[in-house]
Design a protein around this ligand. Sequence first.
Ligand code: SF4
Length: 315
Amino acid sequence: MDYQFKNCTELLKLCKQYKLSISQVAIRREMECYKKSRAQVRNQMKKVREIMWNAILLGIRSTKKSKYGLAGGDAAKIHGSLKKMSKLLHSKTAIRAMAYAIATNEQNARMETIVAFPTAGGSGVIPGVLFSTYQHMKSSKRKMLEALFGASAIGVAILEHGGTFSAAKAGCQAEVGIACAMAAAGVTEMRSGTPEQCVNAAALALKNMLGLACDPLGGLVEVPCIKRNALGALHAIGASDLSLIGVKSLVPMDEVVEAMMNIAESMSDTIRETALGGLAVTETGLKIRKKMGLKSIPKKYIAYKKCGSCKKCDS
Ligand code: SF4
């Protein structure tokens, strides 16, 4: 087994040893692990690419709401805004990345087909960033495929290093946070970044998502999940830009993963996919819960009291 890696340090060593990009190492690892030919591995990822693109195309056209009406129509709205860009601050690539990310997550909320890459909750970031950049760069389909493999190399390294994609274990830092890291690496590879720049982009992206709570309203993967993917896409693009400019993460990627898992250990259960904390127990979150006919949340989970609610003072 020549192309196995247990973390990003080993991934970079393999890149150096064989003079390969992170995507090429990921392809060879997959061939080795599952005894598949290069064509089989590439064809599998081509299917991923196709399903991702279809979800985007359907998502940007649809205004259909999800079952409880919390999501639907934002992707079409953002995509439509590309025609009147003068009012916006971000680049067309960034706005389109948000539209594509939301399109994917809205399709997920409608129970339509998406690729859970790396998870359903964090499924919008990677296609959002990669397809938008692919269009901006007028890149080739081959490069797009390599970017997907590049993103997957980071996902593998995170899991092999003891990380997780599970929000129940580590909160949203492990879902949207990791999706940002993978997207940042993938898009950096698409932009001809070196393996070091790809991994550095991942570290910059994940560092800034550490501690992110999983707090979905009513337990549905819709609010805040969908918009979190859109803003996560911007985050990944920013991390890639910083890395290509030459800004380095002082803390290396493997240590960032360790930090994520350390934080996970100290995270309250209320913000680990239980919908008992954070945004899920705001006034709005509780109203949604009631509307859905879910059991009310015990008062002990709502630690924050609005000033004045004790009626002991007039302030
Ligand atoms: S808030 Fe929770 S359910 Fe929503 S995307 Fe993040 S981890 Fe997934």
